[in-house]
Write a protein that binds this ligand. Structure first.
Ligand code: XCC
Ligand code: SF4
Length: 665
């Protein structure tokens, strides 16, 4: 039975997307939105009640069926499904990290001459974490050893993941006590695949323990390496000024969109787009230049380091092509819709796959190789330029917002403490005093099953109003960027009085863009440092902080959620159909069970209001447990820049009165 199609306004909260969805309806072009309306999710699979791990099934544990053919219970089936999803998510992040280690190795050995070490300080720091001696040695040698040490983390025969040592001591102790410290990244993933084979591990709690261990291998292993090595190769992010939403596309330049997750090729495309010869070539075809923008996390990577504007988030990939203004969409890995092919076919757009791991039927494959990186990037730009004369009518929505991304952990340290005394002390102090009530990490995807961007926008608005500092990555970060929340000025407009004081003093937005999905590791680093800085307990689980992905859809999001919980955080995933909601016992194990075991808990909550309510309650509970002052917004807001212009506009006498009261007369 065909379902009713949602109107553009029902499908998205983003104005630029609504405009293009109207056009998609008119043109009868299918998008993820219309397909989502046409497909009802399988209610059995959605709840985690379906097992297809062997050919005696698939077994659907519904109605009177209490066990699968092999006798597996719903607890086993739900936990196994969840474990497998986390293993896939973890593999995606980690394999991305592995490729960066190979790029660094190739660069250090002179096989990839377009790449090199762009942040030697970070290299030294990472060398230390990985046990590589850096002092007094040539940079290339250190880089080579760091790359090899990083690669060893994926499959070393003994020991534990080295970056675990970066967690607070108390946290490391918990991992030891619970036996969930990951040994090597690949091993924990493979062990999940093994354990979930038919007739193997059939105890939900035991399966979930391994899930925690595997996810930790992602967060503190693969993802953290991906972040660190990207910073080494391409520079550690610091604030830049740029823009977000489809309005960044240009009417008169060649538009190239980079989409996916890896910075490796896209950094070269950024360089190629600035090549004077190619710009001349673009002009020879009637364009005024070359305009780059990004979608998903490739966008976040080049945004943070190069200021490349954001065209949009996950659900806008097809809509970008519908503008008719995109000459090429260049994709690498992860979150790339196969649905791009039929949309691109209707326009002059070249859809170009580049990863040796990703081909899409109907797209043009230009395989990326590190040793010819810039050359390949230039070929791709040339292909885009060649499409420009074929461009037809365009409909670029005139919608974009200013933004300031680039808040790496290093930059936050610097912003708060200065070059020589970089520290998170002022952040801890602001939380202790109650100017900042707590911290929320709002991350993750969009999902066609909820109105595009709506939950992201709602929760972020509520949190900053309530003096909660918000840090973001992934597509959630792009949603806030489009709302204009990532400029310091927003702080004046929307933030609560205490948060506003802090933002004004430091000159930061109340919503900080911390990067791509693998960069959630930056959030782990910040939380660890907050826990060891003093005044906020001694573990991540003590900090008044909450993690959430209200519009999540990917298996990577499940891995992120699980490693955050395993690191001590309270994590909320949007939507009630968590992949285990068919089994109360597994839901209990992940919430109360995990809280007892490791201090963090995972919950699935559908409503935005309830997400905010529970997050604030958790923050206040943690504040109370630390013995901090109860949150009281009326204490703040009588200082800060905003009062200055107001004050200066008053006549002298009134000004004195405003400062000293009538006693000043
Ligand atoms: Fe993909 Fe990273 Fe999700 Fe966005 S947020 S839809 S995973 S791009 Ni990670
Ligand atoms: Fe059914 Fe068991 Fe096979 Fe799963 S593993 S499909 S529950 S018989």
């Amino acid at each position: 039975m065909a379902k009713k199609q949602r109107s553009p306004e029902e499908a998205s909260a983003d104005r630029a997307s609504i405009a293009l969805l109207e056009y998609a309806c008119e043109m009868e072009v299918d998008t993820c939105f219309s397909r989502s309306d046409a497909i009802t999710p399988c209610p059995i699979g959605a709840d985690g009640r379906c097992c297809k791990n062997c050919a005696m099934g698939p077994c659907r544990l519904v109605g009177k069926t209490e066990r699968g053919v092999c006798g597996a219970t719903i607890e086993t089936v739900a936990a196994r499904n969840f474990a497998r999803a986390v293993a896939v998510g973890s593999s995606a992040h980690s394999d991305h990290g592995r490729d960066l280690a190979y790029t660094l190795l190739d660069a250090a050995e002179g096989h990839a001459t377009d790449y090199g070490v762009r942040d030697p300080f970070k290299l030294k720091e990472v060398a230390e974490y990985l046990g590589v001696k850096a002092d007094g040695r040539p940079l290339d040698e250190v880089a080579r050893d760091v790359a090899l040490a990083a690669l060893a983390e994926f499959g070393k025969p003994q020991g534990e993941i080295l970056n675990l040592k970066r967690a607070p001591a108390r946290r490391q102790q918990i991992w030891k006590e619970q036996g969930i410290a990951p040994r090597s990244i690949d091993r924990e993933i493979v062990e999940i695949l093994h354990r979930t084979h038919i007739g193997n591990d059939q105890d939900a709690e035991h399966l979930l323990d391994q899930t925690l261990r595997c996810a930790l291998g992602d967060g503190w292993g693969g993802s953290m390496l991906a972040t660190d090595l990207s910073d080494v190769l391409f520079g550690t992010p610091a604030p830049v000024v740029t823009e977000a939403n489809l309005g960044v596309l240009s009417e008169d330049q060649v538009n190239v969109i980079i989409h996916g997750h890896e910075p490796t090729l896209s950094e070269m495309i950024v360089a190629a787009a600035q090549d004077p010869e190619l710009i001349e070539y673009a002009k020879s075809k009637g364009a005024t230049g070359i305009n780059l923008s990004g979608i998903c996390c490739t966008a976040n990577e080049t945004l943070m380091r190069q200021g490349v504007p954001l065209a949009g988030n996950f659900l806008q990939q097809e809509l970008a092509i519908l503008t008719g203004a995109v000459e090429a969409m260049v994709v690498d890995i992860q979150c790339i819709f196969q649905g791009l092919v039929p949309v691109a076919d209707k326009f002059h757009t070249a859809l170009i796959t580049t990863s040796p791991k990703v081909k899409i039927t109907g797209a043009t494959h230009v395989q990326f190789e590190e040793d010819r990186a810039l050359e390949i990037a230039k070929d791709i730009i040339r292909m885009a330029i060649d499409r420009f004369p074929e461009r037809g009518e365009t409909r670029i929505p005139d919608i974009r917002s200013n933004m300031v991304p680039g808040f790496s952990h290093e930059y936050i340290d610097y912003a708060l403490g200065g070059l020589y005394r970089g520290s998170l002390r002022p952040l801890n102090d602001a939380i202790i005093a109650g100017r900042i009530r707590g911290v929320v990490a709002n991350i993750g995807c969009n999902n066609t099953r909820v109105r595009h961007d709506e939950l992201h926008n709602y929760v972020v608005t509520e949190f900053i109003k309530n003096d909660v500092l918000v840090v973001e990555t992934g597509c959630g970060a792009i949603a806030s960027a489009k709302m204009g929340y990532m400029t310091p000025e927003t702080a004046l407009e929307l933030a609560g009085p205490g948060l506003r004081e802090v933002c004004e003093t430091v000159g930061i937005p109340p919503v900080l863009h911390m990067g791509s999905c693998v960069d959630n590791s930056r959030i782990l680093t910040v939380l660890s440092q907050m826990a060891t800085e003093g005044g906020l307990g001694e573990d991540i689980s003590d900090i008044p902080a909450v993690g959430m992905a209200p519009e999540w859809m990917s298996e990577k999001a499940l891995s992120i959620a699980t490693y955050c919980v395993a690191s001590g955080a309270y994590v909320i995933l949007g939507g009630n159909s968590g992949p285990v909601s068919g089994c109360d016992e597994v839901l209990r194990l992940m919430s109360d069970g995990w809280e007892k075991k490791i201090g963090g808990r995972l919950e699935f909550i559908e409503e935005g209001e309830e997400i905010v309510r529970r997050a604030l309650a958790h923050i206040d509970k943690k504040r109370a447990a630390l013995g901090l002052a109860e949150y009281d917004p009326t204490k703040w807001g009588r200082s800060g820049d905003r009062r200055m212009p107001e004050l200066l506009s008053l006549p002298l006498e009134k000004r004195i009165e405003a400062v000293y009261g009538t006693a000043g007369k």
